[in-house]
Design a protein. Structure first.
Length: 491
C-alpha cells in the first residue's frame, strides 16, 4: 500500500435534519473494495421513509432558515466545509481509493483535491454574484414602472449522483446549490455510499451549515432517486448518471413539472487530423482513454485516425495501452485500476463479445486481467468495425477504445457527430487554427485541442443531444440553481 493511504474509515449513518441517524429500519448494506473484492464495511440502507424524512427536513430548512437570503453565511459555511474536507484529505483519499477503486495518483486531481478546492470558487461566487439587476424605468400601457430582476434560490434540490467520480460530482452539485441558497437532499450511488456519508458526517460535525440544509441519503434502492424526482416538495432534480436513467428521471419529474438538470453519458471522439504528430496524439489518446479504467463520462473512446496512418496509429496506441496495463489503485504509478463491480465488468465483457460478433478484433487486450482478485479488464483497443458498430455507438464505461479510419477533416467531423451523444471530444492537429476550426464543428459541450484541458471550476461542463440538459460548474452551472423574479414598482 502507498504511503499516502491510511486506514479506511466509513460512516454508517445518514445525515437528516442536521443529525447523523441510522436508517429507520436499522438496515445496512455492504460496500466493497473493487480491487480486492473485500467488504469494507456497511452503510445505512435507507428506505422510502428515510428519504421522506430527508425531503421534509430540506423543505423545512429552506422555508424557515435565513440561509437562502444570506449569501455571506453561505460563503462562510462553504469555505468551512472546504477547509474541513481538506483537513480530512488523507482519510478521504484512502476511502476514495478503497471504495471507488480510483488510482491514488488521480486523487490529487479530479477525484478529490481538485473538487474540494473548487468549493472555494462556489463560495466566492455567492459573494460576488449580481443577485439584483436594475432594468430602469419602463412604460407599459401608459404606466411607468421601475423594474428589477432578482435571482434567488431554486429551492429544495434533489441531487442524484453516480459512483464513478463520487466526490467530484457530489461537490460539483453541493457547492453551487449551497452557494445559490438551496437546500439539498443528496442521494448517493449504491456502489459508493461511504464517499457521501463521510461528507455528511463532516458537515454535521465540523460546519455551521444549518440543520436540514444538507441531507445525505445512502441506500441500495435506486428507487429513492425516483422518489426525489416525483416528490412535490422537491423543486429541482440535479442528476448525473446514465442517459437511460436520465430519461426516466426527466419523465418522473414531469409529473410535478420540476426543473431538471441532467449530466448523462457520452461516446466522445478523439480526432487525429492528417497533419498531426501521430505519435504524440496516439500516446495522449491511449493514456487519457484508459484513465480510471475508462469510467469517465467525458473520456474520448472513439479514436478517429487518418486512413493512411491508421495502422501506424493503432500500433502506437496498442503498444502504449498494453504497457500501461492495469494496476493496484494504491500504487502511485497506476493509471488503470479496477471497474467498480462484477456487474460492470460483466457489462464490459458483453460489449467486447459484441465487438467480435460484429466483425471486430482486438489490437490489444480483450479480456479480464490475469489477477486473483478485483474487477479488472485489460486496456483494450478494438479495430475492424465501423462507426455504426455497437462498440462505437454505446457507452462502455471500461478501458475500451475503438479506432476507426477517416478520410479527411469533413469525414472526421461527420463521424464524430454520428452519435446520439454530445458530451466531449478532442482534436489533435499540426496547424492549430485548423484544429480549432474542426473543434468548432463538433456538436459537444467541451472539446480539448492538442492536449488542452477544459476541466476547471469556472468552465461549464455538459452535453448536447442525449448527453444532458444544462451545465455543471462555471457561472452557468451555478445559475442552474437559481430562479428569476421580476419586481415592478410605480416609478
Ligand atoms: P445510473 O444512471 O445507473 O445511476 C446514477 C444514479 O441514479 C445512482 O444514484 C442511482 O441509484 C440513481 N438511479 C437509478 N435509477 C434511478 C431512477 N429510476 N430514478 C432516479 N434515480 C435513479 O448511472 P451509474 O451507473 O451510477 O453511473 C454511470 C453513468 O453515469 C454513465 O452512463 C456515465 O456516463 C454517467 N456519468 C455522466 C457524467 C456527466 O457529467 N455527464 C458524469 C459521470 C457519470
Amino acid at each position: 500500500m502507498a504511503d499516502a493511504v491510511t486506514e479506511v474509515l466509513g460512516c454508517q449513518q445518514l445525515l437528516v435534519g442536521g443529525k447523523l441517524v441510522d436508517a429507520r429500519e436499522g438496515a445496512v448494506f455492504e460496500t466493497v473494495n473493487p480491487a480486492t473484492e473485500e467488504v469494507l464495511g456497511v452503510a445505512a440502507d435507507a428506505t422510502a421513509a428515510d428519504m421522506d424524512d430527508g425531503i421534509a427536513a430540506a423543505r423545512a430548512a429552506f422555508d424557515t432558515e435565513a440561509w437562502s437570503s444570506d449569501p455571506a453565511l453561505r460563503a462562510r459555511c462553504i469555505r468551512q466545509l472546504r477547509d474541513a474536507l481538506q483537513s480530512h484529505a488523507e482519510e478521504l483519499r484512502a476511502l476514495t481509493v478503497a471504495e471507488v477503486g480510483a488510482p491514488v495518483m488521480l486523487t490529487s486531481g479530479a477525484h478529490l483535491e481538485g473538487p474540494i478546492a473548487d468549493l472555494g470558487w462556489a463560495a466566492d461566487l455567492a459573494e460576488s454574484y449580481e443577485w439584483t439587476t436594475d432594468l430602469g424605468i419602463g412604460d407599459t400601457m401608459g404606466i411607468a414602472s421601475r423594474r428589477r430582476i432578482v435571482r434567488e434560490a431554486a429551492g429544495v434540490v434533489g441531487a442524484i449522483t453516480p459512483w464513478n467520480f463520487p466526490h467530484q460530482i457530489n461537490f460539483a452539485k453541493l457547492g453551487p446549490a449551497l452557494a445559490a441558497g438551496c437546500a439539498v437532499v443528496l442521494k448517493a450511488a449504491p456502489d459508493t455510499p461511504w464517499c457521501a456519508s463521510t461528507v455528511g458526517r463532516i458537515i454535521a460535525e465540523e460546519t455551521d451549515i444549518p440543520p436540514g440544509i444538507v441531507n445525505v441519503i445512502t441506500s441500495s434502492d435506486h428507487q429513492l432517486g425516483a422518489q426525489l424526482a416525483t416528490d412535490p416538495r422537491v423543486d429541482m432534480v440535479s442528476f448525473t448518471g446514465s442517459t437511460a436513467t436520465g430519461r426516466s428521471v426527466m419523465a418522473a419529474a414531469a409529473l410535478t413539472l420540476k426543473r431538471v438538470f441532467l449530466e448523462l453519458g457520452g461516446k466522445s471522439a478523439f480526432l487525429v487530423l492528417d497533419d498531426a504528430d501521430v505519435a504524440a496524439a496516439c500516446g495522449f489518446a491511449a493514456f487519457s482513454g484508459i484513465i480510471h479504467a475508462g469510467q469517465g463520462c467525458a473520456i474520448t473512446t472513439r479514436i478517429l485516425l487518418p486512413r493512411r496512418r491508421f495502422d501506424e496509429g493503432v500500433e502506437l496506441m496498442a503498444a502504449t495501452m498494453a504497457s500501461i496495463g492495469v494496476g493496484d489503485p494504491t500504487d502511485p504509478a497506476t493509471v488503470c485500476g479496477p471497474l467498480i463491480s462484477a456487474r460492470q465488468r460483466d457489462r464490459v465483457e458483453g460489449y467486447l463479445a459484441d465487438a467480435i460478433d460484429q466483425g471486430g478484433s482486438f489490437a490489444c487486450g480483450g479480456s479480464r486481467a490475469d489477477r486473483d482478485q478485483g474487477f479488472f479488464i485489460e486496456p483494450t483497443l478494438v479495430v475492424g468495425v465501423d462507426n455504426s458498430a455497437t462498440i462505437a455507438q454505446e457507452e462502455v464505461f471500461g478501458p475500451v477504445l475503438v479506432a476507426i479510419p477517416h478520410d479527411g477533416d469533413d469525414d472526421a467531423v461527420r463521424l464524430a457527430n454520428d452519435s446520439p451523444y454530445g458530451l466531449s471530444g478532442a482534436v489533435y492537429g499540426g496547424d492549430l487554427d485548423r484544429a480549432v476550426g474542426v473543434a468548432g464543428r463538433i456538436r459537444t459541450g467541451t472539446v480539448g485541442v492538442n492536449g488542452g484541458l477544459w476541466y476547471a471550476a469556472d468552465v461549464p461542463f455538459g452535453g448536447y443531444k442525449q448527453s444532458g440538459l444544462g451545465r455543471e460548474m462555471g457561472v452557468q452551472g451555478f445559475e442552474e440553481y437559481l430562479e428569476t423574479k421580476a419586481i415592478a414598482v410605480p416609478a
